[in-house]
Design a protein around this ligand. Structure first.
Ligand SMILES: [Zn+2]
Length: 228
């Protein structure tokens, strides 16, 4: 069962279109798997639409009662509907394509929001395989990260944020077990050591290289740049 969801402020920013594509896609991927957040997004979207309708549309008419009635009477609703029906904007049916990606001999369906994004070649270090998703967001790097059974990421922290959305499998860290669909947003103050017993595939977004914190792991800091 999904236990980790985006904070409401993130959902608000998502609906308002204020998030970078990488984070926006992360929320869309989670919402695809999470009925609770899907509903929150739908409710908040409706609320935003209502507010902007009231502000931008009704205010124009309801200035004065008589004027308002005249203005509304002047709208030719038949024409308005004809225009909408005839608009070529709504005729274009985009065929739904499904794409998959293979890691370690296993085929995974990509979340539909990633179907049109460009993926780079896979790179490996130990039990980790990474494919960059090319969103060209400067210091924000987005990837698919596959961890083979028994693999993990050494204990680390980061200066920026790190978002992980679990697409398949599971992993655990000091805070507990994470499963498919979980949306895990960490910031620089969080330190963790994720390990995947049975393997997993994650969508990750980070805006700063991971910084390994413990003993010999400090020597692994090049891996931090690899995962980032
Ligand atoms: Zn959710």
């Amino acid at each position: 069962m999904i236990n980790h969801h985006p904070k409401f402020e993130l959902i608000q920013a998502f609906v308002n279109g204020d998030l970078p594509a990488s984070l926006s896609a992360g929320i869309a991927i989670h919402a695809d798997m999470c009925a609770v957040c899907q509903q929150k997004i739908a409710q908040f979207t409706e609320q935003v639409a209502e507010n902007s309708f009231e502000e931008e549309f009704l205010d124009r008419f309801i200035v004065d009662d008589n004027d308002a009635l005249e203005s509304i009477a002047a709208i030719n609703f038949d024409h308005m509907i004809d225009d909408i029906v005839q608009s070529s904007d709504i005729d274009i049916a985009i065929p739904k394509t499904e794409k998959s990606i293979e890691f370690n001999g296993v085929k995974y369906m990509l979340p539909s929001v990633l179907n049109n994004m460009v993926l780079s070649k896979k790179a490996n270090i130990g039990k980790l395989t990474r494919t960059r998703i090319q969103l060209n967001e400067d210091e924000i790097h987005t990837s698919l990260l596959h961890i083979k059974p028994g693999g993990g990421v050494p204990e680390h922290t980061h200066k920026g944020f790190e978002l992980t959305v679990l697409l398949a499998g599971s992993f655990h860290d000091e805070s507990g077990e994470y499963v498919k669909g979980d949306f895990i947003m960490l910031d620089g103050s969080d330190q963790h050591h994720p390990v995947s017993t049975n393997g997993c595939l994650c969508y990750t977004v980070a805006n700063d290289a991971l910084h390994f914190t413990q003993g010999i792991n400090k020597l692994l800091n090049p891996i931090g740049s690899f995962i980032y």
